[in-house]
Design a protein around this ligand. Structure first.
Ligand code: SF4
Ligand code: SF4
Length: 294
């Protein structure tokens, strides 16, 4: 049977999503942990994985200039609409960061000096942590295609889970509701939405809940720092009730949380947050099991 997948999302960054993911990774015991926040991969900072395999992530193509074959005719400078080619005292120069991969220069170059080659956009890794295997990645600065990289990580996580007979995949998703979040949510078994009781937290939660509804994915909510703004937390609970979304936990604010995370400890090590996280995990397992039997 394919592993059940739980994806942890937040409508925005900074809600404590990754800290919650790290705590769940510890509670899960048997899971493939997957860091799907490939633009700003933070989960490895908390789980300290040991990299076992490293792979290049290629996506799309980029122009490559062979300066030996180039006759400096300047045609590519004229044809490239993205100003990737320029001329200086030594001849024609290509800036690959400006290249959009359209292939026009390679088509028109009279001397075959330009070829289109796979674009290297980052790396992805299979690692081991103290809590189980982990898939994670790093997208190079300025590179796009994070959705494609997330799809690749999920596919590799599923393959690894099947190979080792691991029943669960736990994904720490990207923030927001754009292409990366869409790539993380489609087809997952259950989504945990981590939010905080602020006006922007509520607004972003609505959008994230809309995303789950659009893809018909069951979801539940964790309200982080719920005690800091009880009225706003109550608004989130009203929203959850109106959408039929269970509130899995109301995590209290813990003053020592940041220091604990920097020191390599978990929210599970703090007396303020540990009970609510254990409760959230139990509730989550109950909902996930219902998802399996759907
Ligand atoms: S079109 Fe080809 S030969 Fe002409 S300048 Fe560009 S790379 Fe060189
Ligand atoms: S592939 Fe297109 S965008 Fe890239 S350098 Fe050639 S003409 Fe410019």
């Amino acid at each position: 049977m394919a592993a059940f997948e739980i994806t942890i999302l937040s409508g925005k960054g900074g809600t404590g999503k990754t800290s919650v993911s790290a705590a769940f990774a510890r509670l899960a015991e048997r899971a493939v942990i997957c860091d799907l926040d490939v633009d700003a991969s933070d989960l490895p900072l908390l789980l300290r994985p040991e990299v076992k395999e490293s792979h290049v992530f290629e996506s799309g193509v980029v122009a490559h200039l062979d300066t030996v074959r180039c006759r400096s005719c300047g045609l590519c400078v004229t044809w490239c609409r993205f100003d990737a080619f320029s001329e200086d005292a030594d001849g024609v120069v290509l800036d690959p960061d400006r290249c959009e991969g359209c292939g026009v220069c390679a088509h028109f170059c009279p001397s075959g000096a330009v070829t289109m080659q796979p674009r290297i956009c980052g790396s992805w890794f299979r690692s081991e942590t103290g809590y189980g295997p982990m898939m994670h990645a790093r997208l190079d600065p300025g590179q796009e295609n994070s959705g494609k990289l997330i799809a690749l990580l999920r596919q590799e996580a599923a393959r690894l889970a099947a190979e080792r007979g691991i029943p669960l995949i736990l994904g720490d998703g990207p923030p927001g509701i754009g292409c990366p979040a869409i790539s993380a949510v489609g087809g997952t078994g259950f989504v945990v939405l981590v939010t905080e009781p602020t006006p922007s937290g509520l607004a972003d939660l609505v959008r994230a809940a809309d995303l789950c509804a659009h893809f018909d994915r069951p979801a539940g909510i964790i309200i982080n720092k719920a005690d800091l703004a009880p009225a706003r937390a109550a608004e989130i609970e009203d929203l959850a009730a109106s959408r039929g979304l269970p509130v899995l936990a109301r995590l209290p604010f813990a003053e020592g949380a940041m220091r604990a995370l920097v020191e390599g400890r978990s929210l599970l090590d703090l007396p303020e947050t540990a009970p609510a996280l254990h409760g959230a995990w139990e509730a989550l397992c109950g909902h996930a099991l219902r998802g399996v039997s759907r």
